[in-house]
Design a protein. Structure first.
Length: 419
C-alpha cells in the first residue's frame, strides 16, 4: 500500500502524536508499505528520511501567541495570511517556497489512502488532496482538543470551544474511517456528532525496548541515593497534565517519607513554571528535572524509579503508562479515558480520582508494601504485552483496507488487503 500521512506533529518534536506516527510508519514500512509523511517545516532540522516532506509553517515570538517556543504550526491556505502574520503578529514563516512543488508532487503521487492526524491545517491539507484525488481518507482522533484551549489564550473559550467541536466533527465526518484510541474516545466523538465509522486502535509499543534499563546510572546522574524512594513523572510538562496536583501530592508524600524524590523526565512549556512552583512549595531539594529525555533512554528512567505517577486527566491513550508497565514499574494513575483503556482490571485500585490525598496515599502504599509493588509490576508487564507495535500495525493495515473498500467498493477492498 502507498500511504500519505498528514500530521501537525512529527520529529524532532516529541509528543504522543509524533511518537504514534513514527511508530506506525516504521511498522508499516517493515510490512512492505510505502509511507510518505507530510508535516510542518521545522527550522534547523534536517530529515534523514527521503519520504518526509515539509509544509510551510509559522512560529510566533510572543508567549501570548506561541505557548511552546520550539513548536511550529502548519500554515493554512487562507489568502493573504502570510503577510498578515508577518506584519501584524511579527511571526516568522518557513518554507513558503515549498507549496508549489508539494502541490505538483501530490497531483500525481501514487497514494492508496491518506491518513490525517488532526483536524487543523495539515488535516485540511490531507482532506483537500483526498477529495481532489478521490483517495480514501482515514483520520485519527488523538486528543481531547476541548481540554487544550489554553494554547490559544487570545481567543476566549466560549469562541474557541464551539469551533474546535465544529472542526473536529467536520474533519471526522469527511473521512471514510475514523480511528479512536479507546472506546471512551469513540463515545466522545459520537456525542460531538461524528457519524462515520469509528475503529478502535491504540498506538503499539516495543515492549522489549523498555526493559533492562540502567536505573543506577540515572540515580547517579541526578544525585539520588539508591535507597531513596523515587517517584517518576514521564512526559510533557504542560498545563493539561495536572502537574500542580502532583506537586501537592508529593508534598504530602514527603511528610511521611522524607527520603522521597520526585523526578520529572520530560520537557514542555511549563517546565520553568513548574520549577518555580516547586521552589515556592519548599520542594527544591527533593524535586529533580531531567528535561527532555530521548525515548530510547526512558527505560533507564523507568528502571531507576520505584513508582510512576500519572496525574493527567486528558489522555486519550496512556502511552507512558504502557511503557511503564512494559518496564515493570508500579504506577498510580488519575482516571482518564487513556488510563482506563490500558490499566488491567487487577490493577484498577491504582486508577484513582483526581485528588492529591488519594494520589499521595497510593504512592505511599506502594512504597511501603514490597509484595504489593511486585504484584502490580507483574500485572503491568503481562498487560503491556497486548500493546505490541506489530499487532497495532497489522490492525491499521486492516483499517486502511476497510476504508479503501468503503470508498471504492468491495473489489478494491480485496486488492488493498492483498487477497
Amino acid at each position: 500500500m502507498n500511504v500519505g500521512i498528514f500530521t501537525e506533529s512529527y520529529k524532532p518534536y516529541v509528543n504522543g502524536v509524533s511518537v504514534s506516527v513514527a511508530s506506525f510508519v516504521e511498522q508499516l514500512r517493515r510490512a512492505g508499505d510505502t509511507v510518505y509523511i507530510f508535516a510542518p517545516a521545522m527550522p534547523g532540522y534536517m530529515d534523514d528520511d527521503p519520504h518526509v516532506f515539509r509544509y510551510p509553517s509559522v512560529r510566533f515570538h510572543s508567549r501570548f501567541l506561541q505557548y511552546e517556543p520550539d513548536y511550529t504550526l502548519a500554515l493554512g491556505r487562507f489568502p493573504g495570511l502570510a503577510p498578515v502574520l508577518r506584519t501584524v503578529f511579527g511571526a516568522t514563516l518557513y518554507g513558503l517556497e515549498r507549496r508549489g512543488p508539494l502541490d505538483a508532487m501530490l497531483r500525481s503521487l501514487p497514494l492508496d489512502v491518506i491518513h490525517t492526524q488532526s483536524p487543523f491545517a495539515m488535516g485540511a491539507e490531507g482532506r483537500r488532496w483526498a477529495k481532489r484525488r478521490d483517495i480514501p481518507l482515514v483520520t485519527t482522533f488523538h486528543t481531547l482538543y476541548t481540554e487544550y484551549t489554553h494554547y490559544t489564550p487570545f481567543i476566549p473559550r466560549f469562541i474557541s470551544l464551539p469551533n474546535i467541536l465544529r472542526w473536529t466533527r467536520m474533519n471526522c465526518n469527511a473521512a471514510d474511517t475514523v480511528i479512536a484510541p479507546t472506546e471512551a474516545a469513540r463515545e466522545v466523538l459520537r456525542t460531538w456528532g461524528v457519524r462515520q465509522p469509528v475503529s478502535i486502535l491504540a498506538t503499539g509499543i516495543a515492549t522489549a525496548s523498555f526493559r533492562g534499563g540502567d536505573g543506577a546510572a540515572v540515580r547517579a546522574a541526578h544525585d539520588i541515593d539508591g535507597r531513596d524512594l523515587l517517584v517518576l513523572y514521564a512526559g510533557r510538562v504542560a498545563p493539561e497534565k495536572n502537574i500542580p496536583a502532583l506537586l501537592t501530592a508529593f508534598q504530602r508524600v514527603l511528610a511521611s517519607r522524607p527520603d522521597a524524590t520526585l523526578l520529572f523526565a520530560g520537557g514542555g512549556p511549563d517546565l520553568e513554571s513548574t520549577r518555580r512552583r516547586a521552589a515556592g512549595m519548599g520542594l527544591s531539594e527533593r524535586v529533580r528535572f531531567a528535561g527532555f529525555v530521548a525515548r530510547e533512554a526512558m527505560r533507564d528512567y523507568y528502571a531507576a524509579a520505584d513508582v510512576l505517577a500519572f496525574p493527567s486527566e486528558t489522555e486519550t491513550q496512556g502511552l507512558v503508562l504502557c511503557e511503564a508497565m512494559a518496564a515493570g514499574l508500579p504506577f498510580v494513575a488519575v482516571e482518564s479515558p487513556g488510563a482506563r483503556s490500558v490499566v488491567p482490571a487487577e490493577a484498577e485500585r491504582y486508577l484513582i480520582p483526581n485528588d492529591a490525598d488519594t494520589l499521595a496515599g497510593s504512592i505511599l502504599r506502594l512504597a511501603g508494601d514490597k509484595d504489593e509493588a511486585e504484584q502490580l509490576a507483574a500485572v503491568g508487564r503481562a498487560a503491556a504485552d497486548a500493546f505490541t507495535e506489530t499487532a497495532a500495525a497489522r490492525r491499521l493495515r486492516e483499517i486502511y483496507a476497510e476504508a479503501v473498500g468503503r470508498h471504492h467498493g468491495a473489489p478494491a477492498l480485496a486488492r488493498a488487503s492483498g487477497t
